[in-house]
Design a protein around this ligand. Structure first.
Ligand SMILES: [Zn+2]
Length: 246
């Protein structure tokens, strides 16, 4: 189970957004594990420390999200952080995308894109065609596109927080875990659920949203182009987690 701590001024409405995201991920992946004593408390799930504070005003840095401590053995997250710039949160709320940004960034805390390299799940790194090579996600991608190749295309553009840590935007469009928030629906696909199985979680595919690969026309209607766009999600910093001693 995901538990949240809040530091500083986080309104009830904003806490509720984080709590809904945690509840959603808790339906998709199993985060419970044997009790571990950590920082004076007994943890049986993933603890995410949330804060919203003044960083650098609207735009610039959006914040930071990722795992901070990994369990010994499985190297799955024990704790993580989600830190946001208050001015950017207000802007995202105004744009109606705050809820999906939180759902997306919480995926990074749980390991999406942030534990792939550690778990040797990236092939073709540094090339124009990097792929996620986990067997479960590769199977789901083959179901979406039988001719798409044996592994899942991942982001081949963007900065360190985007490239090779998301699904490739020009293929997956409005899926929740591409590097940009495109479209308005942003489904959480079986492909994304499978990627969590590949990093070591038990998952429930029955909780995925319906998803099909968008056509070129649909991608164009979502405003997706080859051009590098200003995006919110690539303005997030990432953590470098440590592994807990046995
Ligand atoms: Zn992201």
């Amino acid at each position: 189970m995901i538990t949240l701590t809040f530091a500083g001024q986080v309104s009830r409405a904003r806490r509720a957004v984080f709590e809904r995201a945690a509840a959603r991920w808790d339906t998709v992946i199993e985060t419970g594990f044997d009790p571990i004593r950590f920082e004076g408390a007994v943890l049986t799930g993933v603890r995410i420390d949330v804060s919203i504070s003044e960083i650098d005003g609207a735009n610039g840095i959006l914040g930071q999200a990722g795992p901070t401590v990994l369990r010994a053995g499985s190297e799955l997250p024990l704790t993580g952080v989600m830190e946001f710039d208050r001015a950017d949160v207000e802007r995202l709320e105004g744009a109606g995308s705050f809820e999906d940004v939180i759902l997306h960034e919480m995926a990074h805390v749980l390991g999406f894109g942030t534990l792939w390299r550690r778990k040797t799940l990236i092939g073709g790194t540094g090339t124009m065609d990097p792929r996620f090579v986990g067997p479960a996600a590769s199977r789901e991608f083959a179901a979406l596109d039988p001719d798409g190749g044996r592994a899942v295309p991942i982001a081949n553009t963007g900065g360190a927080g985007t490239r090779e840590s998301h699904w490739r935007e020009l293929i997956f469009g409005d899926e929740l875990l591409t590097g940009f928030l495109s479209g308005s629906d942003r489904p959480l696909s079986r492909l994304s659920v499978a990627s969590f199985e590949d990093i070591g979680y038990e998952v429930d595919y029955g909780r995925a949203d319906a998803f099909d690969l968008p056509s070129f026309r649909e991608l164009a209607l979502m405003g997706i182009t080859e051009a590098v766009r200003t995006c919110d999600l690539c303005r997030m910093g990432r953590t470098e987690p440590i592994v807990l001693d046995e």
